[in-house]
Write a protein that binds this ligand. Structure first.
Ligand code: CUA
Length: 632
């Protein structure tokens, strides 16, 4: 028998056994008298050996000790500037990864490296995480996120779950419509949500919006070897507020699709004035053509970046009319369709990529705006699916179905990509924004699980005052009807998430021992304190349960560079390092060397200690930082 199959059978049998044990346990708990009905959480539970929905849901989300979740879900942490990592199906939050905001729990924002990455900013607004892809499939190497506030993008390395690069993106105000990967992680696109004069810092009065303000689309290039991001090129666009985007795949590979709202070019009372037109656009971008134009030098440099005028690259940008201020645009797994979600129109509009290409080939345009051809709506649109009120985003399973969130209805509609008919609707609580299906943005989604990322929780959880947590709901996709399995509260603000099969990610157990790493010391004889004028460099080791050296004396006013190497090469043995009353905390993971720098501007004696529990003698892992006064 094939080894994998054997393992599956064993696991299934084990699962059944656990299920049976729990069912028997629940029967006993719920109905000690031995009757046939009882309630659990307000629902009727059958105790005749046939578990009902509640028991099924409990079993489907129960991950017994010794077993692990099947998927990682990486969710936006919104304006916390972080990324939240969940295990699915248990929905346990496993980790918070700080990205654009300092996080003292891991010393992010105190070490030299993280301080430099964060630069001048103290917060960020993460919206849409995107996993790197190879051949249109998540490859488990990197996660990229955008910062809608301070125009940045970041890379998290999935071998360490650490933010490893933050890139400033010039010329884009509010890069909301990001991050969405091309199928081989060549690029991700970002588009301005807010029109503005470029480069940053340029003045022009608001009345000049149509004339002087622009939106810009940026293509961030990704190094295939190490994931290093750089701004490849940018495209100058009208001031139209780009909302969301998706990259073409398979049939539509080489294209990117972005929704716009405010093609009205309004600059006051947008809630009314940006909804005047019946149609806005999905902007279709031939990124391969634009890449070629960039390589051929067809650009100007603005704020250090190659800025392409798409009107000088015929065939690079087309407009597809889409109903009234569309929100999400989503490409189907086969790349044959792109779907615009109506937001204020109660439909998801399905466009055929093939028909779109035909319109281009036959010059079947219904006009142009600002020099860009508008393809014939009637030809390109293959369906307007009446999904319900407030359609925002669509995800896919592997069986030819699409799932659309309805913000106003507080439902998710399941519909067929073949007949375009709605086959199921489930209520969710409340006001879903994005949703996330297992491997849902790949060419080969898993189905199985869907998570509804709801904006409001209202009465779902214990009250914590006037503002309630957001919520996420796990939905079972393995049955004909969608079934809600569980609710979990989330911190603000779970915009988007992606879910990847856990076995695709391989993490480090410890950091490599690398004597060439600047500041690293692994032997006591190399640990030392060096002075060069008023610069002091500390080469310190940390191991269970001490620092070496464990007292460090400098003079008031000295510039201190401090390296700490964790020489415990044991998984999970992390040492913290906090200096009392010096506003400094960091951590060194197993084998890691960290660096922090500061000026010893306060004289006196300042204890330092391990902030991260590491051993029975963790409390003894301490020392003293002694600053000799200038005038002594
Ligand atoms: Cu080292 Cu606690």
């Amino acid at each position: 028998m094939e080894k994998g199959l054997f393992k599956k059978i064993v696991l299934s049998l084990a699962g059944l056994l656990v299920g049976l044990i729990i069912a028997v346990y629940l029967s006993a708990q719920l109905n000690p008298a031995g009757g046939s009905e009882a309630t659990l959480g307000g629902a009727n539970v059958s105790v005749d050996g046939v578990p009902d929905d509640v028991v099924q849901a409990a079993l489907k989300t129960y991950v017994p000790p010794g077993q692990l979740d099947e998927y990682y879900m990486f969710a936006s942490g919104g304006h916390s500037g972080s990324v939240f990592v969940y295990g699915v199906p248990s929905m346990r939050r496993i980790r918070t990864i700080p990205v654009f905001t300092p996080e003292s729990a891991v010393g992010y924002g105190w070490t030299t490296e993280s301080k430099e990455m964060l630069g001048e900013w103290s917060w960020g607004d993460v919206h849409h995480p995107a996993l790197s892809e190879t051949g249109g499939d998540y490859d488990g190497r990197w996660l990229f996120v955008n910062d809608n506030a301070n125009s940045r993008a970041a890379r998290i390395n999935l071998d360490s779950f650490k933010t490893s690069q933050i890139l400033d993106i010039p010329n884009i105000y509010g890069p909301h419509s990001a991050v969405f990967m091309t199928p081989n992680s060549e690029y991700f696109m970002l588009g301005s949500r807010f029109a503005g004069p470029i480069p940053y810092g340029t003045y022009s009065p608001i009345e000049n919006l149509s004339k002087d303000y622009n939106c810009v689309l940026a293509a961030v290039a990704i190094d295939p070897n190490d994931g290093e991001m750089s701004v490849g090129w940018e495209v100058l666009m009208p001031p139209w507020s780009f909302d969301l985007s998706d990259a073409g795949k398979l049939d539509s590979e080489g294209w990117a699709f972005l929704t716009t709202y405010n093609t009205e070019e309004a600059y006051e009372l947008l809630e009314v004035n940006a909804s005047q037109r019946e149609m806005d656009y999905v902007v279709a971008l031939n990124w391969k053509l634009l890449e070629q134009a960039a390589n051929e030098g067809k650009y100007k440099i603005i704020d250090g970046v190659k800025m392409i005028d798409p009107l000088e690259v015929p065939g690079s940008v087309y407009l597809v009319p889409a109903m009234k201020s569309p929100h999400g645009v989503d490409v189907t797994p086969d790349g044959k369709y792109f779907i615009a979600n109506g937001k204020v129109a109660p439909v998801a509009t399905v466009f055929s990529f093939e028909k779109f290409k035909e319109c281009i080939d036959n010059k079947d345009f219904q006009g142009e705006e600002r020099g860009f051809p508008i393809v014939n709506y009637e030809k390109v649109r293959v369906a307007e699916v009446p999904v319900g009120l407030g359609p925002l985003h669509t995800q896919f399973d592997g069986n030819g179905y699409a799932y659309t969130t309805l913000f106003i209805d507080s439902t998710i509609a399941k519909w067929s990509l073949d007949t375009f008919e709605i086959v199921d609707v489930t209520p969710v609580h409340y006001c879903p924004g994005h949703l996330c299906a297992a491997e849902g943005d790949t060419v080969d989604p898993d189905g199985k699980y869907l998570v509804s990322l709801n904006k409001l929780a209202k009465d779902k959880f214990l009250s914590v005052g006037p503002s309630h947590p957001e919520s996420a709901q796990l939905i079972d996709l393995t049955t004909d009807k969608m079934k809600i399995l569980m609710d979990v509260p989330t911190d603000p603000e779970p915009h988007f998430a992606q879910m990847i099969k856990a076995d695709k990610i391989t993490t480090w157990e410890v950091f490599d021992k690398d004597p060439s790493r600047p500041g690293a010391v692994y032997e006591k004889e190399n640990a030392r304190i060096e002075r060069d004028g008023n610069h002091v460099t500390v080469y310190q080791m940390g191991f269970r349960s001490r620092y070496y050296p464990d007292h460090v004396e400098v003079n008031e006013g000295d510039h201190v560079t401090w390296y700490l190497t964790n020489t415990d090469f044991d998984e999970d043995i992390t040492h913290g390092f906090g200096i009392c009353l010096y506003d400094l905390n960091a951590e060194a993971q197993p084998g890691e060397t960290i660096k922090f720098e500061f000026v010893a501007d306060k004289a006196g004696v300042y204890p330092f200690y391990c902030t991260n529990f590491c051993s029975a003698l963790h409390q003894e892992m301490q020392g003293w930082f002694i600053v000799k006064p200038k005038d002594l």
